[in-house]
Design a protein around this ligand. Sequence first.
Ligand code: ME8
Length: 674
Amino acid sequence: MPANKPKFYLTTPIYYTNGLPHIGHTYSTIVCDTIRRYKRMRGYDVAMTTGTDEHGVNVERAAKKAGVPESEFVAKMAAEWKVLWDELGIPSDEFIRTTDLKHAHTVQWLFKLCRENGFVYPGHYTGQYCIYDNAYVDVKPGENCPDCGRPTETVTEANYFFKLSAFQKPLLNWYAKHPEFIQPESRRNEILSFVEGGLRDLSITRTSVRWGIPVPGEEPHVFYVWFDALTAYLSAVGGPNYEKQGYWPADVHIVGKDIIRFHTVYWPAFLMAAGLPIPKQVWAHGWFLMDAAKMSKSKGNVVTPRPIVGVLGMDALRYYLLRETVFGQDGNFSYDTLVTRYNSDLANGLGNLASRTTAMIEKYFGGSVPNPSDATKFTSDDENLDQQVRLRADVLARDETPMGALYRLEELDFSRALEAIWSFISSVDMYLTSTQPWVLAEDPTKKERLGRVLYTAAESLRFIAVLAYPVLPQTAEKLWKQLGQNTAIGSQNPSGLTWGSLKPGTKIEKPQPLFPRIEKAEAIERMESMENEPQKQSAPVTPATPATMLTAGGAAAATAPAANEKIGIEDFAKVEMRVGQIKTAERIVGADKLLKLTVDIGTEIRQICAGIAQYYEPEKLIGRKVAVVVNLAPRKLRGVESNGMIVAASVGPEGRPVLAGFPDEDVEIGARLK
Ligand code: ME8
């Protein structure tokens, strides 16, 4: 990988830990993951941060109600969030908790800079506060929060104030100079008129709350949760040493429209006061509604992702959320439309095109991609049809025309990008219907023509796989493999797609359905009954697992059963562990924790990434025998494919990895551990 890849940094909101993720949170995270995959394909070195916002009076009270210390309460919740993202295949590159020490240091440093620059002063605040939104609100005592409608509380306390009023002009100048900063346009107008209306100084510390980051030397002051939480974006990529990592300023903060003001007014003002770079863009998407109301835990109208993923798969959820709603606008969620989309667009649309094409190549050409003969010569009427497909494919893969899916992805216009791809899918379907390859197959003199038609369909599928990958990563990868491609689809640059690159003779895989059709009523019933089951604990409550299987950040602990839950021997037997020998080891540019290893496991040499770079010198690992989980599905870590896991003990509070090994006896490479 070239060392000079441009960096791209994006973030989800740092979610509150007072509930578990629902479809709304999942949407923001899926959006970020889609952008991350897209940008990686386009050659960027991308980092994505998500995390948990764990301080504040709300958490203080929730922990009290649960009868546990705050730290225990938030640790359990944060683990749940992290596990869910890992399980859904959308883990962040940086998962920041606002209770992390490195984060506390960054917040205190930011405050110090703002104070040294003269933008902080002591005072007293009396007014109404909404503990749910963590916002000071301009209402009278006894009135409800104008944003969420819940009761407000009167707060009187000594605070440090931030001179937000001094930033009215600098902010307006910033918005004028960077019209792309607030997206979409409608939100920009809303913020402009808010700031033009004048800004009042903001209390950024609190003395009536205990559960927060202390203001050094000023106890009992703790930081106001938004001063704290926003800073997490910066702590995740180096904090005071952000320049070393090179990801700051963020390229885009993806947020819901509920928190746009904090991100486009407070946050740039804090950064300006401290003299730090301002993020390039804040993109506020709309809300998912249930029965016309915002889906939210407090209203009890939430839908969670696990049942949907369990019944229809993660790609179906990703497709539905990104296709159904224009990015930036509100959307309605319903199981009914979800299953309708699944059956029409995924099972009948993409799934059907893929299976009919691969099945015909299997049947008529023994599973080898046929030769298109001269792909540039178009003579007969039929061949004009070929040309049309080819031209449409070329347009789809362009980023300078609004008809191109790439253009739409670049604009974060996901629904139209998908619309363009799906309209191409139906034109390829129509092409097959008009050319009737099954009729051509009956006439041996038409064999060449038949080959050309099926080549055209298969090559179209290759374009579709690459272009759909950011949204449908699992499906695109399956399709890619079905087309006999053995490169990593995630590193294909879609703008480099060239018609005719699919090699004739390539062996395709046996056709397998990408999306089995599903009966609507049954699917809905299954999802609803799973949704109504009591929430299953999926995260280990304490991280006291004795051995961690290491890839990045020990993600394997993610799906471990709770400490007291027993598994049967048949469960253990599913994990295939073998003795491997490390052949090469190198650091990965831009990933401080990871080493890229090649490991001989007896039958083959595997590439495996392990999160041990901070504890092991690569040179010293060569020749070492290790325990390897060999039947783990391959995954990408920092853009590098990892095909297995190295087993290590996790030692001490930091979880220092110590490689499991065989120092006393000589063991054969490839021997199974049981
Ligand atoms: O606000 N539709 O955290 P939060 C779409 N901790 N998106 C939704 C949604 C819905 N119905 N409900 C939630 C906080 N979201 C703060 C953020 S950032 C420094 C601190 C998404 O857990 C959306 O992105 O309440 C929204 O902005 C975010 O979750 C709010 O998450």
